[in-house]
Design a binder for this molecule. Structure first.
Ligand code: PEP
Ligand code: MG
Length: 325
């Protein structure tokens, strides 16, 4: 089985009608990253920097962060790495930064927190830039953005960090690409303005689902309502893709949906060509993509969008996958 997986991964993920889908890894731990990348990912589509922070008992120093980020960039073998700035708060606590809130998912999380603490934000940005040095493909991603002002502010800090690292450490440092997570629904309606500010966006379908449906992603009482196959969510994802095409803004998906066979059928049909997933999904998704055609999937998507609820969509997709073997 191992051998078969390795064979699958060595082939580029292309549909039967030659549409190349780039598959990236979601990562947060370093342990096996190098071998995972070498096994056939096109890069790291989401590096969750909060994971190394959560493993510590205090904020890691700039030097410590440089070390971790350098190892990630080295493991990527020159392929692109999308590093997300600290995304704590909500469901991701830091023991050394207790946050007590009645409604943490609507509270102080992601870029809201780092913009309130420029000293933390600047250290992290400098560490990323320092680690990337010259020649690495570093992309920086901002989590939980809800307003254009947050992007503008973050870009000011990034420019400051860039100039400092360029002056002090790497004279030939290039500016990294900057992107935001699409997780807050309001931004679905401001993509034209977003496109003027950033180089790419990445759909966080986990949080986007939670906020579009008003369902806490970790509350077991409402877990049956938490459904990324809800036709309303699928329409939002379709519209996001269409808007990004119009505004020439590269878009990828890094939520769990991008690593699920049923989700991939729909995302590919919507026109997404960049998907980032956990290592365990990579071979399976590669295998699937090479057995479907974009044209056929368009019909499947049209059918899915016309259904009444997520259960019906999943039933349709399950049948389709079964037919495909
Ligand atoms: C998401 O929200 O879909 C996402 C990828 O971010 P996280 O799961 O880390 O919140
Ligand atoms: Mg998220």
């Amino acid at each position: 089985l191992q051998k078969r997986y390795a064979e699958e991964l060595s082939k580029p993920a292309k549909t039967l009608d030659e549409r190349r889908i780039h598959l990236y890894l979601n990562a947060g731990l370093l342990s096996s990253l190098a071998s995972e990348i070498a096994e056939g990912a096109d890069g790291v589509g989401l590096y969750r920097t909060e994971i190394p922070f959560m493993l510590q008992t205090r904020f890691p120093s700039e030097a410590e962060q440089v070390e971790v980020y350098r190892q990630v960039l080295d493991a990527a073998l020159g392929r692109p790495v999308v590093m997300r700035t600290l995304d704590v708060g909500g469901d991701k606590p830091l023991s050394y930064l207790p946050i007590i809130e009645e409604n943490p998912f609507l509270g102080w999380r992601g870029v809201r927190l780092t913009l309130d603490h420029p000293e933390l934000f600047l250290v992290q940005l400098r560490a990323m830039l320092n680690a990337s040095g010259e020649g690495k493909q570093l992309h920086i991603l901002l989590p939980m953005v809800c307003c254009l002002d947050e992007i503008d502010q973050a870009i000011v800090y990034l420019e400051q960090a860039y100039l400092e690292v360029k002056q002090d450490v790497h004279p030939n440092l290039k500016r990294p690409q900057i992107g935001i997570m699409l997780e807050v629904p309001a931004l679905l309606f401001q993509l034209e303005e977003v496109a003027k500010r950033v180089d790419f966006i990445s759909v966080g379908s986990n949080d986007l689902t939670q906020y579009l449906l008003a369902v806490d992603r970790n509350n077991p009482r409402v877990s049956t309502l938490y459904d990324s196959y809800h036709p309303g969510i699928l329409r939002a994802l379709t519209q996001a893709r269409l808007a990004c095409k119009e505004y020439q803004l590269p878009i990828s998906v890094c939520g769990e949906l991008a690593g699920e066979p049923m989700g991939v059928l729909l995302l590919v049909a919507m026109g997404y060509t960049q998907l980032s997933m956990n290592q365990g999904s990579l071979a399976k998704i590669n295998y699937l993509i090479r057995r479907v055609s974009y044209q056929d999937l368009s019909e499947l998507l049209a059918q899915a969008l016309s259904l009444a609820n997520g259960a019906e969509v999943r039933e349709l997709l399950t049948l389709y996958l079964r037919e495909k073997g």
